[in-house]
Design a protein around this ligand. Structure first.
Ligand code: ZN
Length: 146
């Protein structure tokens, strides 16, 4: 439903001599999907007639959820997944720290209510958390800000 471009994983496509070089950045270093994503890019390009393909991984700068495009956020919301808040990780100067869990004000992607609560910090994948809407009762996943 969302492309690697929507998610900000695709960083660059260029030629190094005769080799088509695709540079990707994993969403986080332990993401198990990156191997499958590499293989899919390689297979798709070879299927499209590119024989000399190199899929490279760039770990720096590190991926952040701010790289998810507006289109990617729209698609996630449309598919019932609460998208990460844009700019939530952007900070300058001192960072306030707290020892208590921050209150998350997430909006239910189904009914729009902000009366939601986290039911699990981990969802179907480590980068998502599980929530339930107290208004419509529906559970939903949220892509965590990184
Ligand atoms: Zn709801």
């Amino acid at each position: 439903m969302v492309t690697i471009d929507d998610l900000g994983i695709l960083r660059d496509v260029s030629y190094d001599g005769a080799t088509l070089v695709v540079t990707i950045t994993p969403t986080y270093s332990g993401c198990p999907a990156i191997g499958a994503i590499r293989a899919d890019i390689d297979a798709a390009l070879r299927g499209a007639g590119f024989d000399d393909v190199d899929v490279r991984t760039a770990l720096h700068p590190a991926w952040t959820t701010d790289w998810v495009s507006a289109e990617g956020r729209r698609k996630l919301h449309e598919h019932g997944i609460s998208p990460p808040t844009h700019g939530a990780t952007a900070t300058t100067g001192p960072v306030p720290l707290t020892l208590s869990l921050p209150t998350r004000l997430l909006t239910c992607p189904r009914c729009g209510s902000s009366d939601t609560r986290e039911t699990s910090h981990f969802g179907s994948t480590a980068c998502k958390s599980l929530h339930r809407c107290r208004s419509c009762g529906e559970p939903f996943e949220h892509v965590k800000e990184l």
